[in-house]
Write a protein that binds this ligand. Structure first.
Ligand code: GLC
Length: 391
């Protein structure tokens, strides 16, 4: 095969992308130097995965940088600030946010080890403590984990959050600036522990299907790496709780469960509701959810998967978290498809994601119908297409 998505050409381009965003003094890549000039937790975990696929030791440095931000109690913050803190207040701490984000460091540590780039005991211990913190401080009596801010879930402007009173519900009345201001104001509703970690909110608490799947997945990945039965048991228990409490048979997706605020929007069909396939032990649920990635009346858009079902009124294929296609989600879908032996579907998704990533100039996300570049361009995590290539 020749052309820009041929493996060697792709690796060269992905290396150039990451190198352009690498800061040697800080030891990590920024997602994009203008839009996102700080460290973001799951972005940097994905960057570490990409470095590992490039066989580059910066994988180890970048994963360590994520965990260097760990607070005294164990929370790994969703952002560590560059030289200038952001304009938005993200909690009482001077150098990092007080919020969680999907803890992809368990998965990253496992990928690095598989590529002959083992992380040291300090990083492994921190990763474990990061997962322990979520387990001890964010787990409800029913066994599910909750988040206290939309930014913690990774998909900040999802239509699933619409019933929390955020402005803009449909493609016609959605206003990104107003929604961002609403999200920023929610930080003032948080309670913080002595070390600065956010523990509760008076206006937004929810048990998101995807966040629970991500935590279970990262517990399972770290458990495998450490051969730790106790962690593996936690992963299985959390996946089982999500199957019992979050599975929505009518939608054939895992739905979110509001705790403080919210309403029926928590069940809007979004592709994050497929992520349970990363961890469930139930083949029926996994296949029913994964099938929807390609069904035209669900997420199966030409440059998809779309992040919101194409037939839902809130579907806006070019809008941030409201329908556009996201490369890091495609990477996770790819892992889930492989886990369930759907190698052909996985290969098709990988091929299309590679083509869309290259054509969009490595965009942060793209229009699910026509592949048009959207958001920050270029964005580091789009290099994940290299890790979707198992040829
Ligand atoms: C946006 C995304 C979030 C990501 C960050 C940096 O806030 O919603 O998931 O981590 O950008 O790329």
């Amino acid at each position: 095969m020749t052309g820009p998505t041929e493996p060697a050409a792709l690796a060269t381009r992905v290396r150039a992308l990451l190198e352009a965003h690498w800061n040697p003094a800080r030891g990590y890549c920024v997602p994009n130097p203008f839009t996102y000039p700080h460290l973001w937790l799951w972005d940097s975990c994905f960057h570490a995965v990409i470095w590992a696929h490039l066989g580059d030791e910066r994988a180890v440095t970048e994963l360590a940088a994520v965990l260097d931000g760990q607070l005294d109690g164990g929370l790994v913050p969703h952002m560590r600030y560059g030289p200038q803190p952001p304009d938005t207040w993200l909690g009482p701490l001077p150098a990092s946010s007080s919020l969680a984000q999907p803890p992809m460091f368990g998965h990253a540590a496992r990928v690095l080890a598989a590529h002959g780039l083992p992380v040291g005991p300090k990083v492994l211990d921190r990763a474990r403590r990061g997962l322990d913190w979520l387990w001890e401080h964010r787990r409800a009596d029913d066994g599910l984990l909750y988040v206290v801010h939309p930014w913690e879930a990774g998909n900040d402007h999802s239509p699933r959050w619409d019933d929390w009173g955020a402005p803009g519900r449909t493609a016609a009345d959605y206003d990104r600036a107003a929604r961002s201001a609403w999200n920023a104001a929610r930080v003032h509703d948080l309670s913080f522990a002595a070390d600065g970690a956010a523990t509760w909110s008076s206006s937004f608490v929810v048990k998101p299907a995807a966040f629970n799947a991500y935590v279970a997945f990262n517990l399972a990945e770290l458990a495998d790496l450490l051969a730790d039965d106790e962690l593996a048991g936690r992963a299985r228990g959390l996946a089982a709780a999500a199957d019992a409490l979050l599975w929505d048979p009518a939608a054939a997706l895992w739905a979110d469960l509001p705790v403080v605020g919210g309403g029926p929007s928590a069940r809007i069909p979004i592709s994050d509701g497929v992520m349970g396939a990363l961890v469930t032990s139930d083949p029926g649920k996994a296949h029913a959810a994964l099938d929807q990635l390609t069904l035209p009346d669900r997420f199966g858009a030409p440059a998809g998967p779309a992040n919101v079902a194409r037939t839902h009124p809130s579907y806006d294929p070019g809008m941030y978290w409201r329908g556009a296609a996201w490369p890091h989600l495609n990477y996770l879908f790819h892992l889930a498809l492989r886990r369930w032996g759907r190698d052909e579907d996985a290969a098709t998704l990988a091929e299309r994601t590679r083509a869309d990533a290259v054509a969009s100039g490595w965009a942060e996300y793209w229009h699910a119908e026509d592949g048009r570049a959207l958001g920050a361009v270029p964005q580091s995590w789009t290099g994940l297409v290299l890790a979707m290539d198992e040829r």
